[in-house]
Ligand binder design. Structure first.
Ligand code: SF4
Ligand code: SF4
Length: 430
């Protein structure tokens, strides 16, 4: 069993939906599809108000090197292109589509292609056209990750099946229900990258998935359940014992990491020319009547998904998009599900503690999987010493939340680090 990264925490797993088969939610009446759903520049709208669209039609073109295409997730009419609440960045330009009640796709989709003879370029092109991004949360455009610059040879492709965030089980269900598509997608990535090795990393709380994938003939490493086992650098360290240098990328140590959901989406893009128009979301918490895993169209308002799950059980105190460790609290339930939405968590009961002063216990230092000194960075950021915070590695913070989780003074450390990173970036742009 492998777990060789330092730090990390063991929160309660609470993966109560791990046996809940994926349910398909019907197309909602209206979707709000943001042009910004990925790391990098937002897509450029290529439709206008009043246009008729069909499922899978491109509505946003990638803009620049790091960007991704965006597609209509329902068939209907574009009724607006307007700023709308966004679960990650607060507000984003969205294409508002009112459904026409049909399930009409753009032509040339849903054909079962023979993909054996496709070249690397053709495979990559299909993935780019489909707007595939990392579905583990970061939503980095996949075609960029699959195009390492000259001189960066990739020997190992790691497929991340850890799903180390508590509560979330969407990846687990996907592995159990669509293992073939996940494996075929991984093989497509391997072919594009020319990587000699393909390794799946799965935590030992998903032994059924480990067994299933081994039975299908792929190499699986059983990883110790520990948060954040699924973070790229920690996964590489645990599996290959390689250290990604500070400020560096996995490709600097000869590997690339993709999530299992991304593999499945890429397979669908290559085999059926299906753009990324839906994703699996875990819906859980005491504030929602039925906890389940749901296949949801991109752009569906969170409130519609909650209705699909039987509605609220009371007046929610907290709604989170994502997992309990890295997810983002929402101020409204009209935010849409986007490509990176792995979970929707609703709580009626939450304990809030007023933050106290730092007692210099160093628990955060022990917990940090990046080897940072959160207590020092917190002091520097709160005193607006951003240059020094940069020297102390604030940009290396992966915002995993381990430090805040263990902090006895309940200091919202990640909040400070996000703020510090933004200030450092702002200063460097100047
Ligand atoms: S949030 Fe940042 S500083 Fe805190 S434990 Fe994670 S990587 Fe370390
Ligand atoms: S865990 Fe909290 S109280 Fe302890 S050193 Fe870190 S910031 Fe200070």
């Amino acid at each position: 069993m492998f777990s060789r990264f330092a730090g990390g925490v063991h929160p309660r797993e609470d993966k109560d939906t791990s046996g809940a088969a994926i349910e398909v939610m019907a197309a909602p009446k209206k979707v709000y599809v943001p042009f910004s759903q990925h790391t990098g520049k937002p897509a450029k709208p290529c439709i206008k108000k009043g246009d008729e669209v069909k499922i899978g039609m491109k509505i946003g073109e990638p803009d620049g090197l790091i960007s991704a295409a965006v597609h209509a997730s329902i068939s209907g009419k574009v009724v607006d292109i307007v700023d709308h609440p966004h679960p990650v960045i607060g507000l984003s330009l969205c294409c508002v589509i009112e459904g026409d009640g049909t399930e009409d796709w753009v032509s040339n989709l849903q054909s079962d292609l023979n993909i054996e003879g496709l070249s690397k370029r053709q495979l990559l092109d299909a993935i780019t056209q489909a707007g595939i991004v990392g579905l583990g949360g970061a939503a980095f455009p996949s075609h960029v990750k699959l195009s390492p610059p000259k001189g960066k040879d990739i020997d190992t492709l790691i497929i991340n099946g850890c799903e180390c965030e508590p509560i979330l089980t969407a990846d687990h269900r996907l592995m159990m229900e669509q293992s073939e598509a996940v494996i075929e997608g991984a093989k497509i990535f391997q072919k594009i990258l020319g990587a000699a090795s393909l390794i799946f990393g799965i935590e030992d709380n998903k032994n059924d998935a480990i067994q299933l994938f081994r039975n299908r003939g792929v190499r699986v490493l059983q990883l110790k359940t520990k948060y954040p086992q699924g973070a790229e650098k920690q996964l590489i360290k645990a599996i290959l014992k390689r250290e990604v240098p500070r400020g560096g990328l996995p490709m600097d140590v000869g590997c690339v990491v993709h999530n299992v959901g991304t593999c499945q989406a890429a397979f669908m893009a290559v085999k059926f020319r299906k753009p990324l128009i839906d994703r699996i979301v875990t819906v859980a918490g005491d504030g929602v009547r039925e906890n389940k895993n749901v296949l949801v169209r991109i752009g569906t308002p969170v409130r519609d998904v909650i209705d699909f799950c039987g509605g609220y059980t009371g007046k929610p105190k907290k709604i989170v998009s994502g997992g309990p460790m890295m997810g983002i609290a929402q101020y409204a339930d009209d935010v849409p599900v986007i490509k990176g939405t792995s979970g929707i968590l609703v709580w009626n009961e939450i304990t809030t503690v007023d933050p106290g002063s730092c007692v210099r216990c160093a628990s955060c230092v022990d917990a940090c999987p990046m080897g940072l000194m959160p207590t020092e960075i917190y002091g520097l950021v709160s005193n607006k010493k951003f240059d020094m915070a940069k020297e102390y590695g604030v940009l290396d913070c992966i915002e995993c939340g381990c430090c805040a989780y263990v902090c006895p003074s309940a200091i919202p450390l990640v909040h400070y680090f996000k703020y510090g990173k933004n200030e450092v970036w702002r200063m460097s742009k100047k």
